[in-house]
Each structure stands twice: as C-alpha cells, then as structure tokens.
Design a protein around this ligand. Structure first.
Ligand code: BTN
Length: 290
C-alpha cells in the first residue's frame, strides 16, 4: 500500500449488500476484509468450492495485489477500492468469448464513474482511463495521452470468472505509484463512498452480464456499440506491444477499428491487413479526434 489520506478501515459489507438489494440485485454475497494478499486469490479459492450468484471479495488493502501480465497492483488503502467479483459462467457461453468479460467490467466501471462526474473511457483490454487535454501533461511527457484511473484483472477457474477491479478513488496524484495514474477525486469525481461505488459497479455489471449471457455470450444487439461508445482505443492510432504473448517482443501499429465476438482488438495496418489481437499492451499514439 502506498501513502494514503484516509485511515485504513474495512469496507462496510452489509452496506454494500443493502445497496445492491435496494437496486434490485439479490443474488450476491459480500465478504469484506481489512487486509488480504489479493482479493482475486481469495475469490479463486471461493470459486473452487462453488457458489451461486455473485460473490464479492473486497479488501481495505492488499499486500500482494496482482496486475495484468504478472505485474503488481499497489492500492492506497481507504483511498482506493480493491475488489473481486466472481460469477459462474453459463455453459451456453463459448469459452472463446470469455475475453468479453473484462470488457463488460470495464464498461460497468466507466458507466458508474461517469455518473460520479468523471468522463472516463475504457482502454482495451483492461484499463479505465481519462484522456488528457491537448496541452502536455504528465501522461504526454510519458508518451501517452491519458491517465489511468482503474485496472481490471480477469481470471478463470472451474467455470467461474473472477473479475478483479482496482480503482484509485480519493488519493491525490502525488501519492499514486506512477505519474501516469490519476484518481476519481483528482478528476473532479463526487460522492466517492467505497460502498456506493462498489454496489453500483456490481449492479451495472449484472445488467451487462444478463444482456450478454442472454445472447449466449455474443456481444450483439447494441452491446458492441455500447462498448465502442466507452472505448478510447477504437478509432485510435495505436501500437500493440507483446502481441505474441507475454514473452513476445512483437509489436504492430495501425488503427484500432473494433472488438470482435471473442473480445479481440481488430487492428487495421497501413498495408490494409487486419489483425486480431487477444493479448498485449496498447499504446495510444494520438487522440481519435486530433
Ligand atoms: C492492471 O491494471 O494490471 C490490473 C489491476 C487489477 C487490480 C485489482 S485490485 C482487486 C483485484 N485483486 C488483485 O490482486 N488484483 C485486482
């Protein structure tokens, strides 16, 4: 955990539960702990035993928070929100389409964060960002026109999806672990109660989840367009690094045009070739409208 402003306290799990119930979501259980290594690891262990509905594990702080591609995730205690949401994936959803689960989670975070006054976007595959204005800021100095608000790490175990979400809530930018990170408070967000934001994300995820699973895991019927609406990546000039897997140094540049049924990013290269990428780090080279 890095510097924090608010003292470390647990998230009030009963409050989260009653907020979910008040918003019509009942099939949910919440486990709140003050400190754990990783809520994803805890949710994986619960999934291995099995449950129905949604299982949320939320931590005041994590001592070994996991990020994508074996990176670490550092939280700011009560100035951040660290939780995992686990759910059984119906068998009618083909395994090759599970890549969409992270995208649904990103949409849920963006939709909720926007309701709290922050114009966030998804950055394929797993980030939630705010784009910076044209003037050079920290992020542009680092070669990227955006700041990261939240990260998502999805894992699969025994037919369950574990969606881990870490959001920077109320920390000032100076205390965040990297200069390219920001928080909801730093971006002018309002009403940043951990309990309320957590419940709203779970409820919003459930709305998207039902839509997607009702379509047998096909992101059709407007879901794909809604995702594109949240996306800072689609329409951007991008560089995709490590597209051949974790150890790969292969990179490609082009225009991100869409996300396919499997959740892969489609990149149109200058020679007209279109490539579908399922893993990698994406750099946005310019704003879509610049
Ligand atoms: C990333 O940006 O690389 C993904 C970060 C995901 C962090 C969250 S915090 C809650 C959950 N538990 C973890 O160990 N990781 C995820």
């Amino acid at each position: 955990m890095s510097d924090q402003i608010n003292p470390l306290t647990p998230v009030d799990g009963d409050r989260v539960l009653s907020l979910c119930h008040a918003q019509g979501l009942h099939e949910v259980a919440v486990q709140s702990v003050l400190e754990t290594e990783s809520t994803n690891a805890d949710a994986v262990a619960l999934a291995q035993k099995g449950f129905t509905g949604y299982q949320v594990v939320v931590a005041g702080t994590q001592t070994a928070g996991r990020g994508r591609l074996d990176r670490q995730w550092t939280d700011q205690g009560a100035d951040s929100l660290s939780f995992s949401l686990a759910v059984h994936v119906p068998q009618i959803v083909p395994a090759e389409n599970w890549g969409w689960i992270s995208l649904l989670a990103g949409m849920a975070v963006v939709n909720v964060v926007r309701a709290h006054g922050v114009d966030a976007k998804t950055k394929w595959p797993n980030d939630v960002i705010v784009e910076e204005a044209a003037q050079a800021g920290e992020s542009e100095a680092a070669g990227q026109p955006y700041l990261k608000l939240a990260g998502i790490l999805s894992e699969a175990v025994d037919g369950y999806a574990i969606v881990g979400i870490g959001i920077n809530l109320s920390a000032p930018r100076e205390v965040l672990p990297v200069p390219t990170a920001t928080s909801l408070a730093a971006e002018g967000g309002t009403d940043l109660s951990r309990e309320a934001i957590l419940a709203e994300i779970v409820v919003e995820f459930d709305r998207l989840w039902l839509d997607w699973t009702d379509r047998y895991g096909e992101a059709t019927g407007g879901l794909d367009a809604s995702y594109a609406d949240t996306s800072a990546t689609i329409g951007s000039q991008i560089r995709a690094l490590g597209v051949g897997g974790e150890e790969s140094s292969t990179s490609i540049e082009g225009t991100a045009t869409a996300v396919d049924a499997q959740g892969r990013l489609l990149i149109s290269q200058q020679d007209g070739a279109e490539i579908a990428v399922s893993v990698g780090d994406i750099e946005h080279l310019q704003h879509p409208d610049s």
